[in-house]
Design a protein around this ligand. Structure first.
Ligand SMILES: Cc1cc2nc3c(=O)[nH]c(=O)nc-3n(C[C@H](O)[C@H](O)[C@H](O)COP(=O)(O)OP(=O)(O)OC[C@H]3O[C@@H](n4cnc5c(N)ncnc54)[C@H](O)[C@@H]3O)c2cc1C
Length: 404
């Protein structure tokens, strides 16, 4: 679409329709095979991509009669680009709103709220916005209160000790050798029953897991834990991931990535506040046991031909850590979140904290759907990208079916 060449009536007409610029030199530098384009959103009238949503929201609300020019007050609880976009849209539409200096210049009234208070506190930016919304006639009322963010989950992974990492980086920089000269060459998710050395050991684990009374919480969490217990006790399902890194003359058997080891989901507070995340990794001793069993499996594997013939070295954790207690200590010191966050808009019943329904539609809306990793309600025994693609395909089918 070409840029307008005529005189525009208002700054809102200069929102969107921003240039697309070919970024060939970056694409070449990065070795990209596709076209790399940059969208120059700072050329929008308010200086950011947020102008688009501001314009759309204000015009839609106006069209629906929810915003009355000259009367309505728009309350925006952030002070970023969305605030500036809204200030601009409202200034042009002759409405007032909140924002600091830049916004005052555009005719906004600013109500300061204290930093660092919980987002659901009455004096927080959201609490004050809610109060003003009730006090001021013609304010826009919040329609939906959903559990966005509350069900965040992520798998955990064992990371390198910093000193070991630095050594490997140095080795690579100097000699182009070592762990950094190779990539993960094989991944496998295996059932927990394989991680334990014997059926008897696995049975002891299962008994402990199934009789665990500490796994409580909300109704949804209780259901989730019951489901996880059955899942972890099922010898046919995969639970723990193993990754191989083959380096120069060292076969490093990497770490179990415990896809289901965490039994407490993380917690996020309200989305507009700084997230208060309690990762709760390994708080439950069962989680630690699962990872220790995985590490012991790795050790057994490298002691078994053909790996043993290749003189594999397992040095993280070092062989000097022999007992289960030492390995548990290692696990507690070393586990970190892996790159698979999910479930911030979980597909669950609404009364159990779900955000989208089985058709990916956000509860309480007519046609708003999420199609990304956020809808996956429970950590998978897999890397999640392929599932995200499947969700997108499914969403496309649902939307197409609704229009046929
Ligand atoms: C380093 C790394 C390695 C990974 N390796 C693997 C792997 O090997 N295999 C695997 O299966 N998975 C892997 N994953 C996980 C996988 O990439 C993610 O699970 C997947 O991309 C999630 O897809 P998504 O669409 O939910 O989110 P994303 O892919 O994160 O997409 C979100 C999009 O929203 C955009 N966005 C965010 N905020 C805004 C906003 N306010 N306005 C407009 N746009 C916005 C972002 O720019 C982004 O394009 C890896 C992840 C990382 C970080």
């Amino acid at each position: 679409m070409s840029r307008p060449t005529t005189i525009l009536d208002t700054a809102l007409d200069a929102v969107g329709n921003t240039p697309l610029i070919r970024l060939d030199r970056i694409a070449e530098h990065e070795g990209l095979k596709c076209n790399l384009l940059g969208k120059v959103e700072f050329t929008s009238a308010g200086g950011s991509v947020k102008d688009r949503i501001a314009k759309r929201m204000v015009e839609a609300a106006e069209a629906e009669g929810k915003l009355i020019p000259g009367k309505s007050v728009v309350i925006e609880p952030t002070s970023g680009n969305t605030g500036i976009g809204l200030a601009m849209a409202c200034a042009i539409k002759k409405m007032s709103l909140e924002k600091e200096a830049a916004l005052r210049g555009l005719g906004a009234e600013v109500v300061r709220t204290p930093n660092g208070v919980a987002s659901d506190a009455p004096n927080s930016h959201i609490g004050v916005a809610h109060r003003l919304e009730k006090l001021i006639p013609h304010g826009i009322t919040q329609i939906l209160e959903l559990n966005v963010g509350e069900n965040l989950q992520v798998s955990v992974d064992e990371m390198l000790y910093p000193e070991r990492l630095n050594k490997e980086i140095q080795l690579y920089q100097e000699k182009k050798r070592g762990m950094m000269s190779s990539v993960f060459s094989a991944f496998a998710f295996l059932p927990l029953s394989k991680a334990y050395g014997s059926e008897a050991e696995y049975d002891v684990f299962k008994k402990r897991l199934l009789s665990d009374k500490t796994l409580t919480g909300t109704e949804a969490e209780k259901k989730e834990f019951e489901f996880l217990k059955q899942w972890l006790a099922d010898p046919k399902r995969a639970h723990v991931e193993y990754a191989l890194v083959i380096s120069f003359n060292v076969l490093e058997l990497a770490y179990p990535d415990s896809a289901l080891a965490r039994l407490r989901p993380h917690r996020l507070c309200r989305p507009l506040a700084a997230p208060a995340i309690d990762p709760a990794y390994l708080k439950n001793p069962i989680d630690v046991d699962i990872v220790v069993a995985g590490l012991k499996f790795c050790r057994r594997m490298i002691a078994t031909p053909p790996y043993s013939d290749a003189k594999c070295v397992a040095y993280d954790p070092p062989a000097s850590m022999e007992t289960d207690e030492q390995l548990a200590e290692f696990v507690r010191a070393k586990m970190e979140p892996f790159y698979h966050p999910i479930s911030t808009a979980a597909m669950l019943p609404r009364e159990h904290g779900g955000v989208v329904d089985p058709n990916l539609k956000v509860y309480g809306t007519k046609n708003l759907r999420f199609a990304d990793a956020s809808v996956i309600p429970l950590m998978l025994s897999a890397h999640i990208q392929a599932t995200v693609y499947a969700i997108a395909e499914k969403c496309a089918d649902i939307i197409k079916a609704a229009h046929v």
